[in-house]
Design a protein around this ligand. Sequence first.
Ligand code: F6P
Length: 357
Amino acid sequence: MKIGLLTSGGDCQGLNAALRGVAKALYNEFGSNVTICGIRDGYRGLIEGDYHPMSPRDFSDILTLGGTILGTSRQSFKTMQTAEENDDTKLEKMLATCKRADFDCLVILGGNGTHKTANLLSEHGVNVVTLPKTIDNDLWGTQMTFGFQSAMDIAVQVIDSIHSTAFSHSRVFIVEVMGHKAGWLTLHAGIASGADVIIIPEIPYSAKSIASAIEKRNRSGKRFSIIAVAEGAISKEEAKMSKKEFKAARAEMQYPSISYRLADELKALTGQEIRVTIPGHFQRGGAPCPADRLLCTRLGVAAAGLIRDGKFGNMVAVQNDKIVPVPLKEVAGKLKTVPVDCALIQTARELGLSMGD
Ligand code: F6P
């Protein structure tokens, strides 16, 4: 049995914990009858045939290690089947590597883009098992991706710390949270840290509405306000635009990110001092939180179980708190965004939080 392991796309906490889970369970099941090869830097290594045999020792002491011992890279799905002059496509090169290496199965850890390519490989006859990785939690087919809970912990720590300085200076703070085009991280971190306004891409915002939420707090004697803004937040005006118009408007935007634009809008509307904090990639770094360590271990062991049972073409997913296989073709290309009527948004509203709409 020969297995190729790769981690692809943006990194996150828990990748090594998940690799460890897969490897330990495979070694436990197959002993010396399994060879695990590490493919370097995600699909880049598969395209270029850059892989190396690993041993049980490589998977020791990595449960709490941040990043990925295999390295990762972003390889656009769009370019996978583009023929280059006098050269094979990336897909053809990956298929050739799988054949040459004689892999019985590829184990792929990744998010949305990664799953499109994983499905493509599966459609072309490669045995594939995947694990859902992303701090954004926006992968369809699973309640939870690994990395999400650790990134949430960090975003919460940031907002917790901002509270005291915001209070001292009676300032309005905007904290920009990652999450790409989904608001999971901002919604969860915002509620867990007691933010006063939560802005997510799924609920387009009105600066006037946010300003009136701030003024309402001022009138009730509150000395500061904290606004958790998802990096993918859009205004009500932008929500009405076509994709092309939106792209053009954002290309002309004079601000490095949406938070700075919102800060200027709110300053003009409220006359208050506004500060912006952007933790950025800090949210993806460091050790996985205990909840992610558990999730990664469960997912890794379940992935090894799928290999043992020959159930290829699946992602291991969390559904109703159980780990279940979900066919890759059902996952690939679908984004899981926050339903605007979900219980957590209802909770936020009933708490008196503003969702900026
Ligand atoms: O998908 C994870 C993520 O951190 C997003 O939240 C963010 O939009 C993006 O990756 C940043 O990508 P990069 O690491 O390539 O700058």
